[in-house]
Design a protein around this ligand. Structure first.
Ligand code: HEC
Length: 130
């Protein structure tokens, strides 16, 4: 009988641990484009960033002329983002255009890890209109 008691205890213990298990929402692993690395990919606003917003109306279904700010439609996106509201040159990872749609955030539409890396890379390389 003692074996059953021990077994029961063990099962309850396992239950206790599994019941208390919390599934953390693990942020996607965002690759880093190092701005100090001369061989790092040079991110272009026109060819890398604007399409993230525009392709398939990913962001521009809401962030468009007369819609939600910032206006992310191609042609408007750079001017809309060229502001301390969206870009923190000193601490690129604090930039709103990076943090709000971050994969670990709660925005209606989020970047993929690869897109987030491009946006952060673009900001850390000076957020140029290139
Ligand atoms: C379904 C509509 C919708 C889509 C799609 C959408 N957004 Fe938004 N976005 C909003 C709304 C509404 C707000 C304002 C409320 C909030 O902050 O959630 C907002 C706010 C923001 C802000 C902060 C604005 C500010 O001035 O503080 C940023 C940055 C942003 N969105 C970026 C994006 C990007 C980048 C995408 C595409 C990956 C995107 N959004 C897709 C609706 C949308």
């Amino acid at each position: 009988m003692k074996i059953f008691k021990n077994l029961f205890g063990l099962v309850m213990l396992m239950f206790l641990f599994t019941a208390c298990e919390y599934n953390f929402i693990v942020p996607e692993n965002i690759p880093v484009i190092d701005p100090t690395d001369p061989n790092a990919q040079q991110v272009s606003f026109v060819t890398d960033i604007a399409p993230i917003f525009n392709n398939g109306n990913n962001c521009t279904s809401c962030h468009k002329t007369g819609g939600q700010t910032p206006n992310l439609t191609t042609g408007q996106a750079y001017n809309s983002l060229n502001s301390v509201r969206y870009i923190n040159a000193a601490t690129p990872e604090d930039s709103k255009i990076y943090t709000v749609p971050n994969p670990s955030g709660s925005h209606t539409k989020k970047y993929t890890a690869a897109q987030a890396a491009l946006v952060l890379g673009w900001i850390s390389q000076g957020a140029k209109n290139n």
